[in-house]
Structure formats: structure tokens, C-alpha cells
Design a protein around this ligand. Structure first.
Ligand SMILES: [Zn+2]
Length: 185
């Protein structure tokens, strides 16, 4: 089932999400399946639960969609429950990011190049490992969503000023997206 994408301005995107007990959370597998279907339809690489209206600490990442260019990501479809960032590298890198909840805006964001993360995976196993490159970048973008943060918060005051009117318009439902959205329209 395709879920509606909550758009910038929807309060759930600014909430600090709650940890869940994956063993008892109702219909978790169904939610994960629906999130992957929703992500595929919207042609994104990551989707956090708050983006589909649920303030819980969980996100999914699909890097299989870029595996033609990056064969190492073939079959990469993963779920991250109650994730934590334990350490960050001092080295940073900048890359252009977009967000399914902020359609039409793409900006360069600086983030740590590598992160040591801990999470519960789709098989409900505890994982702890260093992420690097694009995987680290997407993880950090999605992780932000669980703390009510979005990539535009990382921009300089100057860049923020440049996109301000677009963001205000978005909160009033003025934007275009090719997928089902929940917005003030
Ligand atoms: Zn996002």
C-alpha cells in the first residue's frame, strides 16, 4: 500500500520520534513493506517513519535503485530500527541532497564522512558498524528525521534565505510532486 508523504509544514516532521519495541509494535512488517513500496513509487533512496506520519524511530534505505551505477549496493534494502550514531569522523564531505518531504529543493549539505552506528535490523538483530560514503550520508539524512530535523536545517543563513519563500509556499500546499502527499491543501 502506498502511504501519503507528509510534506514540510506537517507537525509530525518536527517531532522527536519515540523508540519502539520491534517485537511488540503492531503490524511492523506490514509497515516496512508499505514504506518500501512508497519509497519505490516516489523514486527516493530513504524514507523515515515520520515522513509517513508516524513519530517512531525507524527508517528504511533502498540503495538497490542505484546499483546500476554502484554494483556494491545490489540488493541493498534495509530497515533501521531505534538507530543511534555512536561516533562521527572529523572528516566531512558535501553532497547535494533532496528530501521526499521537501519536493523541488536540492541543496549541498556538509556531513561527517563516516559514522559508527548501532541499530536493530529487519531480522530484529542488533547491529553496530561503521558506515562510509553514500550509505553514511543517507543514514545521517534519515536519522535527522527521527529528531525532527531536516536537511534544510543544515544550510547556511544565506542559503536558507534563498529557499525561504519556497518553504513557506510549501507549508501552504503550494508545490508539485509526482507522488501522493499529505499537505495543507
Ligand atoms: Zn528526508
Amino acid at each position: 500500500m502506498i502511504l501519503p508523504m507528509y510534506i514540510f509544514g506537517q507537525p509530525v516532521l518536527r517531532k522527536v520520534a519515540e523508540a519502539i519495541d520491534p517485537a511488540t509494535y503492531p503490524n511492523l512488517q506490514e509497515l516496512i513493506t508499505n514504506m518500501f513500496e512508497t519509497l519505490k513509487r516516489s523514486e527516493g533512496v530513504g524514507l523515515a517513519a515520520p515522513q509517513v506520519g508516524l513519530p517512531i524511530r525507524m527508517f528504511i534505505i533502498d540503495l538497490d535503485v542505484i546499483s546500476e551505477d554502484e554494483p556494491a549496493y545490489k540488493g541493498y534494502l534495509h530497515t533501521f530500527i531505534n538507530p543511534e550514531i555512536l561516533e562521527e569522523s572529523e572528516e566531512t564531505s558535501s553532497m547535494e541532497e533532496g528530501c521526499l518531504s521537501i519536493p523541488g529543493i536540492h541543496e549541498s549539505v556538509k556531513r561527517p564522512e563516516e559514522v559508527l552506528v548501532k541499530y536493530i535490523d529487519e531480522n530484529l538483530q542488533q547491529q553496530e558498524r561503521w558506515l562510509t560514503g553514500f550509505e553514511a550520508r543517507v543514514f545521517q539524512h534519515e536519522f535527522d528525521h527521527l529528531d525532527g530535523k531536516m536537511f534544510v536545517d543544515h544550510l547556511s543563513a544565506f542559503r536558507k534565505q534563498l529557499i525561504k519563500s519556497k518553504l513557506i509556499a510549501m507549508t501552504k500546499g503550494k508545490f508539485s510532486a509526482s507522488y501522493k502527499c499529505k499537505a495543507n491543501r
